[in-house]
Ligand binder design. Structure first.
Ligand code: GSH
Length: 280
């Protein structure tokens, strides 16, 4: 692991690292915010934040305004990159923003040429937490959240791994990727044409399939430019009703898809996760 950036923030530290990842077969970058006084004697729980299309580990850390409250609550935040990168990692042939680099969709690809490096599901569920827990003063208490493609990732990973994440939240998630252009393009190419293989990566289908005990909180702006074509949060509401799972969807009049929206409500999500991680 190599330290590539270090900033003091709100009495804590914002650090960036690269490391050789086994799951994605390339160097991966992540950022971690450690609150003040986090130490081996006083380890802190971790919120994993998954970002959206075009993002790196930096968007959330620089734009969401989450560190002040995380410092006060005593919560670490880990923000991974959104795809494998580097020499030999294939990209969308046209360099499109919604597939390939910056658009790993948090799946384990099964189709060539994507299946060598695009293993973001395994990276986020297993490899990254194991590294974080061996290298930093953190507990095994984890929560997960994310935005857009990352909201999809957080919902899917949280629902599939209730023993690994105590609470799950999302901002403007791609709620039903089997039924929107971004999702159909990504799942079709990473996983192939057989839609039966997509259902493990579709939050609405997972939510409808059984009653989930994990707590789900979703934030959505009504003026989000992607709301009707790509995000479709009502699919989550219907699925939660079908399976009798608790889901809170908060619609916010006039808010768009940007980090202005995330920054406006991130504190409610930190408090939600802090409550479930026993910090408040
Ligand atoms: N209009 C954007 C679409 C991608 C987009 O809106 N990305 C969102 C996540 S889906 C984001 O967080 N962008 C980076 C940022 O706002 O910092 C583009 O074409 O680049």
């Amino acid at each position: 692991m190599e330290l590539i950036g270090e900033n003091r923030a709100f009495g804590g530290r914002h650090l960036r690292y690269t490391h050789k990842a086994e799951s994605t077969q390339c160097d991966m970058t992540f950022a971690i915010f450690l609150p003040p006084f986090a130490s081996k004697e006083k380890p802190v729980p971790v919120l994993y934040w998954l970002s959206g299309l075009t993002c790196t580990d930096q968007n959330f850390m620089q734009k969401a305004g989450a560190m002040k409250l995380a410092a006060e609550l005593g919560m670490a935040i880990v923000a991974p990159d959104t795809s494998p990168r580097g020499e030999g990692v294939p990209d969308d042939e046209e360099g499109a923003y919604d597939f390939g680099l910056g658009a790993g969709f948090y799946v384990d690809a099964t189709q060539a040429p994507w299946n060598k490096h695009y293993k973001m599901y395994s990276y986020i569920v297993d490899e990254l937490p194991a590294l974080i827990e061996s290298e930093f003063p953190v507990t095994k208490e984890r929560a997960i959240s994310g935005h857009s493609m990352g909201g999809h990732g957080a919902l899917v990973i949280g629902m599939r791994n209730p023993n690994k994440f105590v609470s799950v939240s999302a901002f403007s998630p791609i709620s039903n990727p089997s039924d929107c252009p971004w999702g159909q393009k990504a799942l079709g190419r990473y996983l192939g044409d057989d839609e039966a293989t997509w259902k493990d990566y579709d939050a609405s289908l997972l939510l409808a399939s059984k009653t989930h005990s994990v707590l789900l909180l979703v934030e959505q702006g009504t003026k989000d430019e992607f709301l009707h074509e790509q995000l479709k949060p009502q699919s989550l509401v219907h699925a939660a009703q079908q399976s009798d799972t608790q889901l809170t969807l908060n619609m916010h009049e006039g808010y768009d898809h940007s980090y202005f929206f995330i920054a406006s409500f991130i504190e409610e999500h930190l408090e939600f996760h802090a409550g479930h991680m026993g910090l408040i």
